[in-house]
Design a protein around this ligand. Structure first.
Ligand code: KG4
Ligand code: ZN
Length: 347
């Protein structure tokens, strides 16, 4: 008997639906929201409204593309937490109503656990236990995954997420939101050793990125003059812009290099401490070409088996909610219809 899951994701600014049959993703429809671009970040109220508009057409298309009749679905999975509360409420209420009207079980999914399990969508799959570095706009975590339903966070950021570090750095350079992909693009032609941004010394497996942002701020205020990372020389706006323009590729490459080394050094430490050699990436920042390259190189050097989900399963998507829903279905982990969405979530 085939197990068919219909999954809904609406935690931030992507409305997505996916159909999964026996652990294989049959469709993964994602509707982005252009409306936020002009504001330089996601506007929660606008995100909720866009989800309201998109959710039914997106779910319809996911069913259609999978060649699936709604009545044949065995369970409805949805992102219950964490995320923007208004956005989560739209998806969760839609999922609850569907489950009730179809009289099918409901499965609540933790968005960050789903990012990790995106690594179980395609082959080859990692063996348990594995480690996953999840890097997104809102989170940076090292997760120890013992089974599809048992995982724990063993390291995380104490301030900004890696994606925020990219986006905030890009903003300081005058680049539009989200600036992460642009830093990646310009970094390709740059010299990563040209500017040395400091690496924070944070104990254990935790990360910190806020110091990097401050050092970039001072660095730009100094416009390439001596004592780069201290508040010493206040360049005029013209000097600053000229400096950025003439050195954009090297600045981007140096920033990207620092973010990547912060991430990789902690991941290496986690691999040594746990003795685990099946290691995954997840989250939107895993699209970064510098991170992917450094991750694969570390894999070769330290004899890890490395895994990165296909790009459409790295950024926010319902495919990862569907695969998580599938494993929860097999484990009999259902939730009742009184469940509510939650902006924050424990593991
Ligand atoms: O996982 P995601 O799609 O959304 C959540 O935050 O949940 O991640 C989005 C983040 C943004 O900060 C974006 O700038 C970053 O991922 N990002 C990148 C790249 N592509 C996306 N950062 C650096 N290089 C990229 N190529
Ligand atoms: Zn996400």
């Amino acid at each position: 008997m085939t197990v068919t899951i219909l999954a809904i994701e609406s935690s931030c600014d992507e409305t997505s639906a996916s159909v999964c049959m026996d652990g294989k993703i049959r469709s993964n429809i994602i509707a982005g929201q252009k409306v936020h671009e002009q504001f330089g970040g996601v506007v929660p109220e606008l995100a909720s409204r866009a989800h309201m508009q998109n959710i039914i057409p997106v779910a319809d298309k996911a069913l259609k593309d999978a060649n699936c009749e709604l009545q044949t679905v065995d369970a409805i999975a949805f992102t219950q937490s964490p995320g923007l509360i208004g956005s989560l409420l739209v998806g969760s209420q839609f999922a609850k109503s569907l489950a009730q009207s179809l009289n099918k079980p409901l499965i609540a999914v933790h968005h960050m656990q789903a990012h990790v399990l995106a690594n179980l969508i395609d082959n080859p799959k990692p063996n348990f236990p594995f480690l996953c570095l999840t890097v997104s706009g809102g989170h940076t975590q090292i997760v120890l995954c013992e089974s599809p339903i048992k995982m724990k966070v063993i390291g995380e950021t104490i301030d900004d997420a890696a994606g925020e570090a990219f986006d905030k750095s890009a903003k300081l350079l005058g680049l539009p939101y989200p600036g992460g992909p642009l830093i990646d693009k310009y970094a390709k032609d740059g010299n990563a050793d040209r500017f040395k941004f400091p690496e924070p010394h944070i104990p254990g497996l935790n990360f910190s990125f806020s110091g990097l942002k401050t050092s970039i701020l001072y660095f730009l205020q100094n416009a390439g003059k001596s004592n780069l990372y201290k508040e010493e020389f206040n360049a005029t706006e013209e000097e600053k812009q000229g400096f950025i323009q003439n050195n954009l590729a090297d600045i981007c490459a140096s920033i990207q290099h620092r973010i990547v080394t912060i991430l990789l050094n902690k991941l290496k430490k986690a691999a040594i401490e746990t003795g685990i050699a099946d290691i995954c990436l997840a989250g939107g920042v895993s699209a970064n070409s510098g991170l992917r390259k450094a991750f694969e190189e570390a894999g070769k050097k330290y004899q890890w088996r490395t895994f990165i989900p296909a790009f459409e399963y790295c950024t926010d998507n319902a495919g990862m909610i569907a695969i998580t829903g599938y494993y929860k279905y097999l484990a009999g982990e259902f939730t009742d219809l009184s469940v509510t969405a939650s902006a924050r979530a424990d593991w």
